[in-house]
Design a protein around this ligand. Structure first.
Ligand SMILES: Nc1ncnc2c1ncn2[C@@H]1O[C@H](COP(=O)(O)OP(=O)(O)OP(=O)(O)O)[C@@H](O)[C@H]1O
Ligand SMILES: Nc1nc2c(ncn2[C@@H]2O[C@H](COP(=O)(O)O)[C@@H](O)[C@H]2O)c(=O)[nH]1
Length: 201
């Protein structure tokens, strides 16, 4: 499970799309949210957009792996899709905040790789939120006001990427993923391979 967190607008969605387009072994976890869709957002691809009662029912029935209130809206990770992908041997990418990351860590610390994206500067962050041009002035203000609090959680993450250029960040994120996949404990079938290798020597 590869988690990307950042202050809003630092570039998680952009980087996630790039990674998904270049890595066949990873699946995006599509969150459920009570936030209204932005122009161009697609149901089931960007989010599952639901009303508050539906979200509460999902939470009460244990259908969410983690959930949090972010910017006054409810967000959560549907459990079934993640478990199905992991059971099929796939990696799963999450674009979630620090609260959700902490919750995933409580149940699956060993299976979690946590990456935090930082913007190069406050001015860059504000410009990115504005050039996305999908949120009202009030929402941009609210997200800038929360950015410092979000950033204060960077020490809870394994890797930090300062997101200057998207392609450079993609190369670094890909390197992180490759290295984490090569960790001894993640190499399924390694001990039998080594045994047969040694038996042949
Ligand atoms: N490295 C980058 N350099 C310049 N612009 C970028 C970079 N990464 C993303 N952007 C732009 O910044 C804006 C915000 O990016 P994006 O939507 O990916 O952020 P996000 O972290 O997913 O935000 P949120 O948390 O609100 O979902 C977009 O317009 C995107 O094109
Ligand atoms: N804890 C969770 N946080 C989530 C989830 N899905 C998205 N997010 C985070 O919310 C903010 C805002 O997202 P936006 O799409 O409204 O800009 C951002 O930090 C996301 O990472 C989730 O399922 N759980």
């Amino acid at each position: 499970m590869l988690v990307l967190s950042s202050p809003s607008g630092a570039g998680k969605t952009t980087l996630s799309r790039k990674l998904l387009a270049t890595d066949e072994r990873i699946t995006m976890s599509v969150s459920v949210t009570t936030r209204p869709p932005r122009p161009g957002e697609v149901e089931g691809k960007d989010y599952y957009f639901v009303d508050v009662p539906t979200f509460q029912r999902m939470r009460e029935e244990g259908e969410l792996l983690e959930h949090a209130v972010v910017f006054d809206n409810l967000y959560g990770t549907p459990r079934a899709a993640v478990e199905a992908a992991l059971s099929a041997g796939r990696d799963v990418l999450f674009d979630i905040d620090w609260q959700g990351t902490q919750q995933l860590g409580e149940s699956a610390q060993q299976d979690l790789v946590k990456v935090f994206l930082l913007p190069p500067s406050a001015a860059d962050l504000e410009q990115r939120l504005r050039t996305r041009a999908q949120d009202s002035e009030e929402v941009v203000h609210q997200r800038m006001a929360k950015a410092s609090d979000e950033i204060s959680h960077y020490t809870e993450y394994d890797y930090i990427l300062i997101n200057h250029e998207v392609e450079d960040s993609l190369a670094k994120l890909t390197a992180i993923l490759q290295a984490e996949r090569l960790k001894r404990r993640r190499l399924t079938g390694l001990s039998s391979f080594v045994k047969s290798l040694r038996d042949a020597l």
